[in-house]
Design a protein around this ligand. Structure first.
Ligand SMILES: O=C(O)[C@@H](CO)OP(=O)(O)O
Length: 208
């Protein structure tokens, strides 16, 4: 039985373009983001992939990425489940600030700590550890059982909520995880064993 899980970070959003901390804010995709989502669909189609179920967050950039991708596959009717557990990490008081301006105000090192340390939360927001703590139970209870039953499973979500899944799937430590940058619209394909370990991983952006 083939057990396949595909993770895709949403295409470029209006706030990615403006270089703003986004978190739980809900900007739409840019034109480039729309194209990235469609390109991800074409890439998966070229690989012969089909989906039985799709999971996404409550944020429109991830939802639209899933819809555009599935439309390219001719699979717009696929069961799609939205849940806030898959939302981006909450950036708290940094939300809406320009990342370069924040570096000027708070210093390069402090901003790097907020963005890429494992357990230092930004003021009023979530650390990556906090994000892992909400994404992981949802993965184990809702996503993984579907994939293990042999349903081809798609997850379109966000840089930091997907990092949380990748940490588990690839057995990364907090240190190695933080170096894992996810490109917008780049599918990562995992083949799973019956015990939920990963037998193969393919980064379709890297091999494109
Ligand atoms: O702003 C955000 O919500 C995220 C993703 O774009 O940014 P970062 O890469 O700093 O975690």
């Amino acid at each position: 039985m083939q057990r396949r899980l595909v993770l895709v970070r949403h295409g470029q959003s209006e706030w990615n373009l403006k270089n703003l901390f986004t978190g739980w804010k809900d900007p739409d995709l840019t034109e480039r983001g729309v194209e990235e989502a469609k390109a991800a669909g074409r890439r998966l189609k070229a690989e012969g992939l089909r989906f039985d179920v799709a999971f996404t967050s409550r944020l429109r950039r991830a939802q639209r990425t899933g819809q555009l991708l599935l439309a390219e596959l001719g699979q717009s009717g696929v069961e799609t489940i939205e849940h806030e557990a898959l939302n981006e990490r909450d950036y708290g008081d940094l939300t809406g600030l320009n990342k370069d301006e924040a570096r000027k105000s708070f210093g390069e090192d402090q901003v790097l700590l907020w963005r890429r340390s494992y357990d230092v939360p930004p003021p009023g927001g979530e650390s990556l550890k906090d994000t892992v703590a909400r994404v992981l139970p949802y993965y184990v209870q809702e996503i993984l059982p579907r994939a293990l039953r042999g349903e081809q499973t798609l997850v379109t979500a966000h840089g930091n909520s997907l990092r949380a899944l990748i940490m588990v799937l690839e057995g990364l430590t907090p240190e190695t995880l933080l170096k894992r940058e996810l490109h917008t619209g780049a599918p990562i394909v995992y083949d799973l064993e019956a015990d939920a370990t990963v037998s193969a991983v393919r980064d379709l952006a890297a091999s494109a």
